[in-house]
Design a protein around this ligand. Structure first.
Ligand code: ADP
Length: 160
């Protein structure tokens, strides 16, 4: 039984995240989506809102669990008995940050491997921040996020 943790902010979850999540669930016996709590980042959605959105999206897949965590990601992963951390890579620009994070995590928890999955081409330019920016300006985001996320964004920005 090999468990993996897919950590992130998911503010909000996009189709790019969901693609990585579905593919990770095919590789591992269980994938826990670990939503970073509000502590050190300004987020548009509270952790409870991000949890609810992800839970709805993951509801059909019994291999996926969604949780909110705070503190070090590797400590959370250890407590869950996970062997791997999943991260998605889009462009070269992700690489440096992700490499640094993976090296730090390896130092803290040598028994946990970071596994990178490459973003699908159609989502390789999709980020939560670009989605928020486009949505706030009434841009069309329906190809990049689930319908409930689009609705939640519209409510946040009070667009109708
Ligand atoms: P964080 O604040 O930890 O970077 P994010 O929610 O932005 O949290 O991203 C979580 C993970 O998902 C990161 O590894 C990120 O590179 C990956 N990711 C984000 N958007 C996409 C996408 N469109 N395709 C594939 N992976 C993605």
């Amino acid at each position: 039984m090999i468990k993996a943790v897919y950590p992130g902010t998911f503010d909000p979850v996009t189709n790019g995240h969901l693609d990585i999540l579905t593919r990770a669930a095919e590789l591992f016996d269980e994938v826990i989506v670990a939503i970073a709590d509000d502590n050190n980042k300004e987020t548009l959605f509270t952790s409870a809102e991000r949890l609810a959105l992800l839970q709805t999206e993951a509801a059909g897949n019994p291999k996926i669990k969604v949780m909110v965590f705070s503190g070090l990601t590797v400590e959370f992963a250890r407590r869950q008995g996970a062997r791997a951390l999943i991260r998605g890579l889009r462009a070269m620009s992700d690489y440096e940050y992700e490499l640094q994070l993976a090296m730090m995590n390896k130092k803290f928890a040598p028994e946990i491997e970071t596994v990178f999955l490459m973003a699908q081409v159609e989502y390789s330019f999709v980020s939560s921040s670009a989605i928020k920016w486009a949505s706030s300006l009434r841009g069309r985001i329906e190809d990049f996020v689930p319908a409930q996320v689009e609705r939640a964004l519209r409510e946040k920005y009070r667009l109708s």
